[in-house]
Design a protein around this ligand. Structure first.
Ligand code: GLV
Length: 318
């Protein structure tokens, strides 16, 4: 009997090919409800999961003792209880490295759109509200030559910093540890978080979600930013206090924000939805065809490796 592998969402075709020899169940395009997920998990040896599914102890127990690997099709894995997996001898993998440039493109897209008021001006045009060219119409702030502050200087943070250098920006960064290669390559300067917030014209957040980074950017931190500054978040929603951000945008304490992630996806704070100076994308950070193919293939290959008794390419914490 071939091993049973559960794929929790419909994924690109390329990711199904490596799994062809298995007894494969692919659930649905939309996130499955919890009950259907637990039921489908029974007897699975491998699971290809997505950020929308909680891979917690109850899920692992529903799958049963045969479960050997959970391959999350994402670089972030805050949806997976890694400790519970470890206790059960289940290998957890993610997809680092294959989505850095695409996610950095998303961050820069949001940064540019927020700075130059693209969302607001496009909405106005489509609604028939554009009547003339105007010297004061939809005037934003410059990006080129400004200071870009990167919070979390991992692979994606560095890819955003490289884009910033291409726009003639000065790079500041804050990270748990110093990144000397990035300092040399990008002329990036390390700063503590307060200094970064006070100095940067653009702040882009790239930390994983952990207990330490939850609400890392709250009312106090937003209060330290410049009134003309722009905040970008493509990491995880709970790293930013959404309510505090909506208030800061409403009061003009910062100029604008570009967000791809939210505290309770797919819900977006109602006050943010009202803000013209918030550019809001629906968690599409890694959403290019090429990158989604690469993520699906890597996740599938991790499953194949573990179920064939080999080391996975990208274990979490490995
Ligand atoms: C997507 O959010 C990811 O973590 O890859």
């Amino acid at each position: 009997m071939p091993d049973k592998v559960l794929v929790t969402r419909e994924i690109p075709e390329a990711g199904l090919r490596p799994l062809e020899g298995f007894d494969l169940t692919v659930l649905s395009e939309a996130p499955p409800d919890r009950e259907a997920l637990l039921e489908a998990a029974e007897g699975a040896t491998g699971v290809l999961s997505n950020v929308t599914e909680k891979m917690d102890a109850a899920f692992m127990d529903a799958a049963g003792p045969e479960l050997k690997v959970i391959a999350n099709m994402a670089v972030g894995y805050d949806n997976v209880d890694v400790e519970a997996a470890k206790e059960r001898g289940i290998v957890v993998t993610n997809t680092p490295g294959v989505l850095d440039e695409t996610t950095a493109d998303t961050a820069f897209m949001l940064l540019l759109a927020a700075a130059r008021r693209l969302g607001e001006s496009e909405r106005t045009l489509r609604a028939g509200g554009w009547h003339w060219w105007g010297p004061k119409l939809f005037v934003g702030v410059d990006v080129w030559g400004k200071t870009l502050g990167i919070v979390g200087m991992g692979r994606i943070g560095q890819a955003v910093a490289r884009r910033g250098r291409g726009f003639g920006m000065e790079i500041l960064y804050h990270n748990r540890s110093r990144k000397e290669d990035a300092e040399k390559e990008l002329d990036a300067r390390y700063a503590d978080l307060d200094e970064l917030l006070e100095t940067a014209d653009f702040v882009s957040v790239h930390t994983p979600l952990t207990e330490e980074t939850r609400h890392l950017i709250g009312a106090d931190e937003l209060g330290k930013m410049k009134p003309a500054a722009v905040l970008v978040n493509t990491s995880r929603g709970p790293v930013v206090d959404e309510g505090a951000l909506a208030d800061a945008l409403a009061d003009g304490r910062i100029f604008a924000a570009g967000l791809d992630v939210y505290e309770e996806e797919p819900k977006v704070h109602p006050k943010l939805l009202e803000r013209e100076n918030a550019v809001l994308a629906p968690h599409i950070g890694s959403g290019s065809r090429e990158t989604r193919d690469r993520m699906a293939v890597l996740a599938a290959e991790n499953i194949v490796a573990v179920l064939s008794g080999r080391d996975p390419k990208t274990p979490v914490g490995g």
